[in-house]
Design a protein around this ligand. Structure first.
Ligand SMILES: *[C@@H]1O[C@H](CO)[C@@H](O)[C@H](O)[C@H]1NC(C)=O
Ligand SMILES: *[C@@H]1O[C@H](CO)[C@@H](O)[C@H](O)[C@H]1NC(C)=O
Ligand SMILES: *[C@@H]1O[C@H](CO)[C@@H](O)[C@H](O)[C@H]1NC(C)=O
Length: 275
């Protein structure tokens, strides 16, 4: 992107030899500054992607771990309450009907991918249009190459304040929102484990002779456990809590830096036209 424009400019400029300002060197420096800014953004995007993938893996492993925990806890009833004559088939049926948290792994992957793409696009697309503006400013200065103010101000195109690399801040700002989502999901899972232990512990109330107590527990357990699973996998509400504020924050950061760059750039360009 932008490469063709820059190369064309370099070819035109190198044909001209009698200038006070070394336009060729300036164009090269400008091109290098743009490349450097874009590569800083790319590095920030890789870092963000990696961090979000780590958080995604954390949540997905915790989902498997929670499903194992539920399975183990229900099997545990066999040994813990031997006197209640709950048999293996009943336990296996119970395990079968409890919702599997791991069934939502795809949703976590989708959230992570979507977030990565949204953040990347919200920064990269404005960055690319800024690069275009810097390149056309360069063309503009070059078109006025004989004017002293053009020669005076063109070198200011290569200043840190005009670097799209500044936007890397907006990409890394997106990371904590996703981490908060993962942390919250994990603490919900641990709340789920506590809730499950409480539920299964109710069997303590059934004495060996009271088959109706045991039967009631077995009848109600699937619903009670599934309510618990549903509440801790209410993943639809989590993106609203964390990612919904994250995306506009990234956009605000981008808009502010863009406004700063655009005005600095425009006032430079204005200096050529007012010469
Ligand atoms: C980050 O991940 C998104 C979504 O998968 C992808 O579109 C983008 O190219 C990735 N960026 C980098 C620098 O790896
Ligand atoms: C297990 O218990 C259930 C319900 O109490 C009963 O219907 C079933 O026959 C039992 N199965 C075995 C293998 O004992
Ligand atoms: C640039 O010039 C235009 C037209 O004269 C003016 O409207 C604008 O405010 C100027 N911008 C800056 C940043 O100086």
């Amino acid at each position: 992107m932008g490469k063709y424009c820059v190369l064309t400019l370099i070819v035109i400029i190198s044909a001209t030899t009698t200038l006070a300002l070394d336009w060729y060197a300036l164009t090269q420096a400008n091109y290098a500054a743009i490349q450097n800014g874009l590569s800083q953004l790319n590095d920030a995007a890789s870092q963000m992607n990696q961090s979000i993938t780590e958080q995604q893996n954390r949540v997905q492993s915790a989902m498997d771990e929670l499903d194992d925990y539920v399975r183990q806890s229900i099997y545990g009833l066999l040994y813990q309450y031997q006197s209640l004559n709950v048999n293996l088939t009943t336990i296996q049926n119970l395990i079968q009907v409890v919702y599997k948290v791991g069934g939502y792994k795809w949703y976590v992957s989708m959230l992570a991918d979507d977030y990565k793409k949204t953040v990347t696009n919200n920064v990269m697309i404005p960055a690319q249009s800024t690069v275009q503006n810097i390149l056309s400013a360069m063309t503009n200065f070059y078109a006025n190459q004989w004017q002293s103010c053009s020669q005076q101000y063109a070198p200011q195109l290569v200043q840190p304040q005009l670097s799209v690399g500044r936007l890397k801040l907006c990409i890394t700002a997106a990371i904590p929102y996703f981490k908060a989502l993962a942390d919250t999901t994990l603490s919900l899972f641990s709340y789920g484990k506590t809730g499950l232990t409480t539920l299964l512990g109710f069997l303590d109330q059934c004495s060996p002779s009271s088959s109706s107590c045991v039967q009631k527990f077995l009848n109600d357990a699937p619903n009670l456990m599934n309510n618990l699973v549903m509440s801790i996998t209410n993943l639809q509400s989590l993106p609203n809590m964390f990612m919904q504020p994250g995306v506009p924050a990234v956009k605000e950061c981008t808009d502010l830096i863009m406004a700063d760059i655009q005005q600095t750039l425009q006032s430079l360009v204005n200096k050529t036209t007012n010469c």
